[in-house]
Design a protein around this ligand. Structure first.
Ligand code: GDP
Length: 403
């Protein structure tokens, strides 16, 4: 299969890491085609197997592609970039669902129940994880136990644990790319799971169409304990373990609902993370094959907006999973009809690019020989109050203009 799009400026094979590099010639604006016009044969085969291979071939090809994407070797990265760009036209047709919650809230139990429910309806489900704790503690919260036993052996499911090292930005980057690979392989529901630590919720909300926060039945008793920022980005809150104490779950639901009304204001849809404003545009992606009905017009002709919602369920007993999915479909229908899913993805792609640019520029800055020489003495001078911070920053930045 010939890739329909390919990488920007990929050098001929073997040219990646050899010798002192000559500065890259300026790339033409339309840099979607590599210089040699195609992927290396092995990667063209991977592309074909990911997109059209039989189940076993596809599974192996996805794993190989993701491994290539996760490699830190410069020559691998160039191949991975070319492959990723070639996969791009095959992506975008899934529904991307983010799920977060503290360890023990029941995420894996719920994802297993939901995944099996969706597969029974004919969907293919990929489950990815963002677990930056592994880079801090050396152990992974989302990887230390056997999780999702039935789903992991199901032919229609693909489960990938969190990339095991790197900063949150790096882990999120790898997960975004893995998501694209899964989409190209035809998984039409991609679930990205994360633990409620650090900033990982924001990262996951920033790569998914809908962000779900899982809570325990006693959550309403201590609303202070729920990070306000996380509540603000949740499109849907799920109170799990309702079977343990139905009354507590109902109370939590009421309390969280009223807190959400305060956070979001009356009748206002909240913007997606990293997105100051909603600008409905023409959808870039065709809506997924489910729930793609037209806008829900209210009497008077206004279009109904999604309001953040709270539901309660029992993942263990698989009770309420169907209601959960109906709620998700309703979200998808309302948002897709208003062009908001496509708009959110466009903003996410743009902020992903900027996030990577920021990280890349900082890395290059730190690696610059002049900066390496001057950074420590200038930092010391700033700390000693001898040089103003802004002056030091300018001096360091000016060093980039010297070779
Ligand atoms: P995770 O750390 O968020 O992935 O949580 P797990 O899915 O591993 O669940 C933690 C524990 O809670 C396990 O012992 C589950 O069996 C249990 N659990 C999960 N969901 C429910 C539920 O709905 N009701 C009850 N009673 N227990 C549950």
């Amino acid at each position: 299969m010939t890739p329909s799009r390919s990488a920007c400026g990929a050098p001929p094979q073997g040219g990646a890491a050899s010798g002192p590099a000559e500065p890259d010639p300026p790339q033409p604006l339309d840099c979607a085609t590599p210089r040699d016009g195609s992927l290396p044969a092995a990667d063209a085969l991977l592309l074909a197997q990911v997109t059209t291979g039989d189940a076993a071939q596809q599974r192996r090809a996805i794993a190989k592609t993701i491994t290539l994407l996760e490699s830190t070797r410069a020559d691998h990265r160039l191949r991975a970039d070319a492959l990723l760009n070639a996969l791009l036209p095959h992506t975008g047709r899934s529904f991307r669902l983010g799920i977060s919650g503290v360890p023990g809230v029941g995420k894996s139990t719920f994802i297993e129940a939901l995944g099996l429910h969706l597969i029974a309806q004919g969907h293919r489900v990929a489950v990815l994880a963002v677990d930056p704790s592994s880079s801090v503690s050396g152990g992974s919260i989302l990887g230390d136990k056997t999780r999702m036993e039935q789903l992991s052996v199901n032919e229609s499911a693909y489960i990938r644990p969190s990339p095991s090292s790197g900063t949150l930005g790096g882990v999120a980057e790898r997960t975004r790319e893995a998501m694209l690979v899964c989409e190209a392989a035809g998984y039409d529901v991609v679930i990205v799971e994360t633990v409620g630590v650090g900033q990982s919720e924001t990262a996951v909300a920033g790569m998914t169409d809908m962000f779900v926060l899982m809570q325990l039945p006693n959550a309403g008793d201590d609303l202070q304990a729920i990070k306000k920022g996380v509540m603000e980005i949740a499109d849907l809150v799920v109170i799990n373990k309702a079977d343990l104490d139905e009354a507590a779950a109902t109370r939590a639901r009421a309390q969280i609902s009223s807190a959400q009304r305060l956070f979001h204001g009356h009748g206002m849809a909240h913007p997606a993370p990293g997105a100051p404003e909603e600008t409905p545009g023409r959808p870039k992606f065709p809506p997924p094959p489910w729930g793609a009905a037209g806008a829900q017009s209210r009497p008077g002709g206004t279009i109904e907006q999604w309001q953040p919602t709270v539901i309660q369920l029992s993942a263990l007993k698989a009770q309420g999973v169907d209601t959960f999915w109906q709620t998700v479909q309703r979200f998808q229908t309302l948002r897709a009809a208003a062009g908001q899913i496509a708009a959110r993805r466009q903003r996410q792609d743009e902020s992903w690019m900027w996030e990577r640019l920021d990280a890349g520029l900082k890395a290059r800055f730190r690696a610059h020989p002049g900066v390496r020489e001057q950074l420590a003495p200038l930092t010391a001078a700033v700390r000693a109050g001898e040089v103003a911070a802004s002056v030091a920053a300018r001096r360091l930045l000016d060093l980039l203009d010297t070779h």
